[in-house]
Ligand binder design. Structure first.
Ligand code: ATP
Ligand code: MG
Length: 138
């Protein structure tokens, strides 16, 4: 059954000129792009987006990195979208990611790891609504 997920092509990917290759990878993996735009996260947006990690030692660095440059935010759709995106992304640490995954191909470090993907359908809906008005997804 068709499912939606949400991705951020992170600042390192845009900075390194990999955004187009990552979008191509997602299209080749069967995702339909429902909505997409380039944006530069504010401090408040990055803090809110990663609020679940606010007690973690890497939180402040994560917020600084996510606000360091422009990103692409995208709503994606396909069957099994959430698990399929996580599989195409690879492990959080690119060093541990499977061959051919986006993080293995384009990630630099456990922090600068190229891409975000929602971890559940519920969070995907929350994250899509965080960035896109419902009318953009019609
Ligand atoms: P994301 O939520 O961005 O898709 P993830 O679900 O694979 O990534 P999380 O545990 O949710 O991993 O961590 C969120 C982000 O925080 C990571 O993608 C990475 O950028 C950063 N991060 C996670 N663990 C560390 C760490 N130990 N040191 C530095 N940064 C980290
Ligand atoms: Mg996560």
């Amino acid at each position: 059954m068709s499912e939606r997920t949400f991705t951020i092509i992170k600042p390192d990917s845009v900075e390194n000129g990999n955004a187009g290759r990552i979008i191509s990878h997602l299209e080749a993996a069967g995702f339909t792009i429902l909505a997409a735009r380039m944006t530069h996260l504010s401090q408040n947006q990055a803090q809110a987006f990663y609020a679940v990690h606010n007690e973690r030692p890497f939180y402040n660095d994560l917020v600084a990195y996510m606000t360091s440059g422009p990103v692409w935010v995208m709503a994606l759709e396909r069957d099994q979208a959430v698990p399929t995106l996580r599989k195409e992304m690879g492990a959080t640490n690119p060093a541990d990611a499977d061959q051919g995954t986006i993080r293995k191909l384009y990630g630099e470090s456990i922090e600068r790891n190229a891409i975000h993907g929602s971890d559940s359908s519920e969070n995907a809906a929350i994250e899509i609504a965080f960035f896109f008005p419902a009318a953009d997804l019609a």
